[in-house]
Design a binder for this molecule. Structure first.
Ligand SMILES: [Zn+2]
Ligand SMILES: [Zn+2]
Length: 458
């Protein structure tokens, strides 16, 4: 088996993995790097452009996993794109939104290369997308190979519990198996239940390592964290300040909205409108519509009915009054430029009565990450467009992660008992913790950290 990490950088970056197994070639994930601009943020497809890719498999619809799908498909005009049926409902919307974001970045940020693909291109690709149920075995060899009766390796999506449609990918060859976790969450979130990876065994295991540098305090519970958030929001509303919760439009936003709906229903927060952006509304509707298909809790909780959701556009966010105790759940999670969360943070950060509450991962080098690390009263560089900022508002982080806690992931490695474990999708310190912990626990297991662009044979 030959595997190449196509991520352009050694951090979390853009997920994309080339797999060559028994004469067949698979591309797993086609992300974009959230911090690198233009073509710099693309996976290194040039390394494999001469390879005849049989199929592309997508773990889930976050940008760092599918943002460059149309570009990858330019290199491989015959490959089909395999994904879960829930991802199939989401993928086109995510890619069209990406075109919109890139177009805005060209207009406002002067990035000439954008957009890297067009709405027409996304529409033209749609016929190559195929959606499958979880836990169905799919033959993925190219059509000519299948027709000639050659053995085809198979692929199976396992529910990863991270966001709607998210999957781990099992690749089975004649002799060996590979399991790729994608982004995975082993514990239950408010809506989605934890991953269903219970019977996974594989020869080679490729894991995400996002939480490797994140030890959990011994007394930590998710419910305790929700109580803390609830009390913090209530305090801000009472002093007529506004609360901004930056969250990715797909997954994180719906989990937070569900949590707010339950808190309001229980009388822990006053019933009041919650402000979101247009893209979150689209995904929230899909979460509601597909409630019966997902492995989730509160199946009858429809976010659109349970909450007074107010959808605002960019102009409205610029002018909405903030001193009336409002709640905003806005994209982007890392407050990247040209997003509602970024622009509203600029308005809120300087005032003591407001609060910005983080509920998910922020790259330390993103505007959100820099704000998170900023000391009150000390100016810091927020972003290129936003310039310098001084934080006076309240700020806090709540650990409501949609990623596997590191101990859970270690236990999963033990369960899978692979010959080789490959580490990816994490910052250096995270990867290092996993490498050391796995070696300590399983001295005979081979632990590899595939560097960007370097092929590993396993
Ligand atoms: Zn993700
Ligand atoms: Zn990811």
């Amino acid at each position: 088996m030959r595997i190449i990490n196509l991520n352009p950088s050694a951090d979390i970056g853009a997920s994309s993995w080339y797999v060559q197994m028994e004469g067949h070639r698979l591309l797993m994930d086609t992300g974009t790097h959230p911090k690198l601009e233009g073509r710099q943020g693309l996976p290194n497809y040039s390394l494999i452009q001469k390879e005849d890719i049989d199929a592309v498999a997508v773990s889930h619809c976050h940008h760092d996993h599918i943002g460059s799908l149309p570009i990858a498909l330019r290199h491989f005009p015959k490959a089909h794109v395999l994904m879960t049926e829930l991802s199939y409902f989401l993928v086109e919307r995510v890619l069209h939104n990406s075109v919109n974001v890139m177009t805005r970045q060209r207009e406002e940020g002067g990035i000439e290369e954008y957009p890297l693909y067009s709405h027409d291109e996304v529409d033209d690709l749609a016929s190559r997308f195929q959606g499958f149920k979880y836990n169905r075995e799919i033959e993925w060899a190219s059509f000519p190979k299948l027709r000639s009766g050659q053995f085809s390796p198979s692929l199976e999506f396992y529910d990863a519990g991270h966001a709607l449609g998210s999957a781990g990918i099992m690749v089975r060859g004649k002799k060996e198996t590979l399991f790729y976790t994608g982004d995975v969450c082993f514990h239950d979130q408010t809506i989605l239940r934890g991953a269903r990876f219970d019977d996974v065994k594989a020869d080679v295991l490729l894991i995400e390592t996002t939480r490797g540098n994140h030890p959990l305090p011994p007394d930590f519970t998710r419910d305790g964290e929700i109580d803390r958030l609830s009390a913090a929001i209530l305090k801000v509303l009472k002093r007529k300040g506004s609360v901004l919760i930056p969250a990715f439009a797909l997954g994180r936003s719906q989990e937070i909205l569900a949590l707010l709906a339950l808190l309001m229903k229980a009388g822990k927060l006053p019933k009041q409108p919650v402000y979101i952006g247009g893209l979150s509304r689209v995904f929230t509707e899909i979460y509601d519509l597909e409630a019966h298909r997902a492995n989730r809790q509160h199946t009858s909780l429809k976010l659109n009915e349970a909450l007074q959701l107010q959808v605002l556009d960019k102009k409205q966010f610029e002018s909405i009054k903030l001193n009336a105790g409002r709640i905003f759940v806005l994209t982007a999670g890392m407050m990247s430029e040209n997003t509602a969360a970024h622009d509203l943070a600029l308005r809120m950060a300087g005032e003591e009565r407001h609060a910005i509450f983080f509920v998910g991962y922020c790259d330390p080098d993103s505007p959100g990450g820099r704000l998170k690390n900023a000391k009150p009263g000390e100016p810091f560089e927020f972003s290129k467009a936003g310039g310098r900022l001084t934080r006076r508002c309240e700020m806090d982080s709540f650990d409501l992660t949609a990623h596997a806690n590191r101990e859970d992931m270690l236990n999963f490695v033990t369960q899978v008992a692979p010959r080789v474990v490959l580490l990816g999708h994490g910052e250096e310190a995270s990867v290092k913790w996993f490498a050391e912990s796995i070696r300590a626990r399983h001295p005979k297991m081979k632990v590899l950290v595939p560097q960007p662009g370097v092929a590993v044979e396993v």
